[in-house]
Design a protein around this ligand. Structure first.
Ligand SMILES: [Mg+2]
Length: 281
């Protein structure tokens, strides 16, 4: 398809490895690097239910090797609850951000919860009950109470039921959106109910970078979904990498086609560090 045939707001992202040399130089020059990855759809393929997902040992090893390098700070930012993503990754020397940024755990520090997010707990509990009651008739629906946010996964629902399911969900959340009691975002086959705060993966990335005193670090962010756009916008002169097709309206500059290519990129980063170490010996 020619560029002119794309819709006005769609752009081609650059394939990351098409600029391999340029990226190599950028990474080579950096004094410190903040490498941050989303989890589902980025490090692992999306499965039919969130609990079917496991981190491949190879990916874990690569994250472990990079996190052990003194130039690197490594972190995961996910929409999942923090304790869940921490368990799925299983590394201690990296930072974790859960619940789209509302929970943050830096190595050797206490968990931070965005203060105003705590206030939403009674409402999320109540909404969980309401959604379960209203949507129980739909096969394959999964309503996930994540303490500070709530997810309605409809990946396993019949295609012809999705419109009415969304309408049902809207009838519950729309009055609350109008009263600014919640904020709603949509991801891949998921509706997310969140606190009505200007806080997201991007703000959490900025907060974390400041806390780690890595304001000038080269920031690399890799993600696959709409909620990752906020974090792409926080990479400055770093690398923003969208995981998925190249034709996409995105704040990212580059793309990788899927989690397998993300593994190739992590392997590339490890190799660069090994080569550096050899050179300095
Ligand atoms: Mg994702």
């Amino acid at each position: 398809m020619r560029r002119t045939e794309l819709k006005a707001n769609e752009i081609y992202l650059k394939y990351l490895f098409s600029e391999r040399k340029k990226i190599e130089r950028k990474i080579e020059k950096a004094k410190s690097i903040l490498l941050v990855c989303d989890f589902d759809g980025t490090l692992v393929s999306i499965k039919s239910t969130p609990n079917m997902v496991h981190l491949p040992p190879k990916t874990k090893k690569l994250l472990f090797l990079l996190s052990g390098d003194k130039r690197y700070n490594v972190g995961i930012i996910s929409g999942r609850p923090l304790c869940e993503v921490k368990k799925l990754i299983g590394l201690n020397n990296i930072f974790y951000v859960g619940n789209h940024g509302f929970e943050i755990k830096l190595p050797k520090r206490q968990k931070f919860v965005y203060p105003q997010a705590k206030k939403i707990r009674p409402l999320i509990k109540n909404l969980s009950k309401k959604f379960n009651k209203l949507l129980s008739g739909y096969n394959g629906i999964l309503i996930e109470d994540k303490t500070y946010t709530l997810s309605i996964h409809y990946r396993n629902c019949l295609a012809n039921q999705i419109a009415s399911l969304k309408k049902g969900a809207r009838s519950i959340y729309l009055p609350l959106v109008k009263k600014r009691k919640v904020r709603v975002t949509e991801g891949k086959k998921v509706i997310e109910i969140r606190p009505p705060l200007d806080w997201d993966k991007g703000e959490a990335l900025r907060w974390t970078r400041n806390r780690l005193k890595k304001k000038n670090a080269l920031t690399i962010y890799i993600g696959d979904d709409r909620t990752d756009e906020d974090a792409f916008a926080q990479t400055g002169k770093g690398l923003s990498i969208y995981v998925g097709a190249k034709k996409k309206h995105s704040a990212a500059k580059f793309y990788l086609s899927g989690p397998n290519r993300v593994v190739s990129f992590l392997t590339f980063l490890v190799k660069l560090e090994n080569d550096r170490a050899k050179k300095s010996n």
